[in-house]
Write a protein that binds this ligand. Structure first.
Ligand code: FUB
Length: 448
């Protein structure tokens, strides 16, 4: 049985979908590597089509991108994500070299009730050398997708992106050293015009990953570009999907920790704009194993984009009754607070917070306490010599919610404590070390 069929069988057994290890904080998916996120809003839900990095410890892929298939994820609140499983795999596409592990950055678009998934990969020998771009078609955003037997004619390159203008004309963008555009026929499977290089974009340093969107009559051509050493996200604005565009600014600076690539998409959802991008959070020593992040994006009154500062907190609310991973913090004290992996070999185990001097603190925003009275807090923590944590609402509210004593010992404890006071609604939390002995915290949660 083929791999996709096996996955579809599994999906049908566990309908409606596979729930995976996902979070509202960054990175949003923590049970696999995900990169090159293309987010789309279909039928009132966000669908995420990332590429899927995998790790090989030996051979030529041990030091390069290794990508054999694609999953699709969906969410209604940007907090809970559902993994719908594999939708396209390299060994089931007629024209793809199944030994190339080069299922790079994809995109998906809806037209006339069908969903068109565009993906690049290495050709089989008989098609020539390098990358082509193919399409797989489905009746639902999560598949099943049927790949077309042939790649799109006259397209050589990577990082497909599709935009449908208000007049119904569809455009395909892709990169191959430069950024190309061509009109698509109504069938979404063939070019309707000759590929054209978009000029007036940076000519020095790699440029790739085009993503075009429209807002208030402005067309934004956004792209990763290496201005200095690694990629940053830039954009150009124009009045027409085919250009000309004026280079306008930077959406996100280079990774401060050296992840060489970035790749993104921009959507508006429920009145807020979001930037989806990637970083190597779960693989700090190998930047070809990346993870998708989301942060909010804002425009200036003149239509230009405000630079997005990457955060760990990400977007969306965290329920007070969930495990609140405070290591995905909003801010923290300059000294005495740090984060570390729970298990540096298996990074999918996530992170912990370390508070190691009196009054060191970490702040976590947007926790939803709802309207039901909370009674107690539970903290998963450990402390070699024993320590006391205080949990309070942030400075605007100020109230001390509870104090939790962590007993001395080497193992993790789940300590419960009663709540002094309760306030309904959404609050920002601060966790403070009240005495001098270091405490490590995995998560905190509140009980009703
Ligand atoms: O994921 C493989 C490649 O890395 C993508 O196609 C590029 O955009 C870069 O993110």
């Amino acid at each position: 049985m083929s791999k996709t069929k096996r996955h579809l069988l599994l999906i049908s057994l566990f309908l409606p979908a596979i729930f995976c290890n996902t979070f509202s904080q960054n990175p949003i998916i923590r049970d696999q590597f995900t990169a090159d996120p293309s987010a789309r809003v279909f039928n009132g839900k966000v669908y995420l089509y990332p590429s899927h990095d995998i790790r090989k410890d030996t051979g030529r892929f041990a030091t390069w991108f290794c990508m054999e298939d694609y999953h699709v994820f969906s969410s209604e609140n940007l907090t809970d994500w559902t993994d719908h499983g594999v939708i396209v795999s390299q060994d089931e596409v007629n024209w793809v070299d199944p030994a190339s592990y080069s299922m790079w950055a994809p995109d998906c678009i809806a037209r006339n009730g069908k969903y068109y998934f565009y993906f690049p990969s290495n050709f089989k020998e008989r098609y020539g050398r390098g990358f082509g771009i193919g399409v797989a078609v489905a009746d639902k955003p999560y598949g099943p997708f049927t790949p077309q037997p042939e790649p799109i004619n006259n397209v050589h390159g990577i990082d497909p992106n599709v935009f449908i203008d208000n007049d119904g004309q569809a455009y395909l963008y892709w990169s191959a050293g430069k950024i190309f555009v061509a009109k698509l026929k109504d069938n979404m499977l063939e070019l309707a015009s000759e590929p054209k290089v978009i000029d007036n974009l940076p000519t020095e340093g790699l440029i790739e990953g085009p993503y075009l969107f429209e807002r208030n009559g402005n067309y934004y051509l956004t792209y990763p570009h290496v201005e200095y050493e690694t990629e940053r996200l830039e954009y150009a604005m124009g009045d027409n999907p085919m250009g000309p565009f004026r280079q306008t600014g930077v959406i996100m600076d280079e990774s401060p920790t050296g992840c060489w690539t970035n790749h993104h998409s921009v959507i508006e959802y429920k009145g807020q704009w979001y930037l989806f991008y990637h970083h190597n959070d779960l693989s700090p020593h190998f930047d070809k194993n990346r993870s998708v992040r989301i942060d909010s994006l804002f425009f200036n009154p003149d239509g230009t984009i405000q630079k997005v500062e990457p955060t760990l907190r990400g977007v969306g609310l965290t329920l007070a009754s969930e495990n609140i991973q405070i290591d995905r913090y909003t801010s923290k004290s300059a000294i005495g607070s740090s984060i570390a992996f729970n298990d540096s070999i298996n990074t999918f185990e996530g992170w912990k917070t370390i508070l190691d001097m009196p009054n060191a603190w970490i702040k976590y925003n947007a926790v939803d306490f709802g309207n039901k009275k909370i009674k107690s807090v539970q903290v998963k923590a450990k402390s070699l010599k024993g320590g006391t944590l205080q949990i309070r609402l942030d400075k605007a509210d100020g109230a001390i919610l509870c104090e939790v004593k962590i007993p001395k010992g080497t193992g993790w404890n789940r300590m419960n404590s009663n709540i002094f006071t309760y306030q309904a609604g959404i609050h920002n939390l601060i966790v403070i070390l009240k005495d001098g002995n270091p405490v490590e915290i995995d998560w905190i949660r509140f009980n009703y």
